[in-house]
Design a protein. Structure first.
Lengths: 113, 114
């Protein structure tokens, strides 16, 4: 079945540091890929998405590129802020059948001033 | 701009008690989902409803039942709560066929079973 693997956290960075959170996936078809962010005490919010190979999703300074050859969708940001501290989830959707999301285990990011 | 509303936000149950978690969306979405979130395991799908009048099991359905009351509402019922059901529960909705658009989540229900 489908699965998503994320790097374990927590990831602790200083403000303005470069961020990479690795995500790889296993899927039988051609999934859509997503990054969601969860701030403390809140539900998940869609951060960015990519629907086909080589697409780049971007939002709020975050970027991720759909790499079919390496089955990866790594999240990057050039300069993190304290307000970026949250849990980040990589997810995929096959786009057929039940269309439910399959999530990774989440990566906690802590940004220190 | 309510989006997806879940009630209650917090609940403590004794083992064997029953309860229903409520979820309502005001975006006219066809599909609705229930997930549970456990530490180190991400979110796992319990049940989903592709459209009004249909429900299907997800990855971890045992111990739960659901009702799609109408297009807006999708409830999750625990008939006899167990400590293993201690978790944070999230409801979500999406437009039919909107895999490319992602999902809208509620703010969650934190359930503790003692």
């Amino acid at each position: 079945g489908d699965s998503v693997t994320q790097m374990e956290g927590p990831v602790t960075l200083s403000e303005e540091a470069f961020l990479t959170i690795n995500c790889t996936y296993t899927a039988t078809g051609y999934p859509s890929l997503f990054w969601y962010v969860q701030y403390p005490g809140e539900g998940l919010q869609l951060l960015l998405k990519a629907t086909k190979a080589d697409d780049k999703g971007s939002n709020k300074g975050f970027e991720a590129t759909y790499r079919k050859e390496t089955t990866s969708f790594h999240l990057e940001k050039g300069s993190v802020q304290v307000s970026d501290s949250a849990v980040y989830f990589c997810a995929l959707s096959e786009g057929t059948g039940r269309r439910a999301l399959t999530f990774g285990s989440g990566t906690r990011l802590q940004v220190q001033p | 701009n309510a989006g997806v509303t879940q009630t209650p936000k917090f609940q403590v149950l004794k083992t064997g008690q029953s309860m229903t978690l409520q979820c309502a969306q005001d975006m006219n979405h066809n599909s609705m989902y229930w997930y549970r979130q456990d530490p180190g395991m991400g979110l796992r799908l319990i049940y989903y409803s592709a459209s009004e009048g249909t429900t299907d099991k997800g990855e971890v359905p045992n111990g739960y039942n659901v009702s799609r009351l109408n297009k807006r509402e999708f409830s999750l019922r625990l008939e006899s709560a167990a400590p293993s059901q201690t978790s944070v529960y999230f409801c979500a909705s999406s437009e039919e066929g909107s895999a490319n658009y992602g999902y809208t989540f509620g703010s969650g229900t934190r359930l503790t079973v003692v």
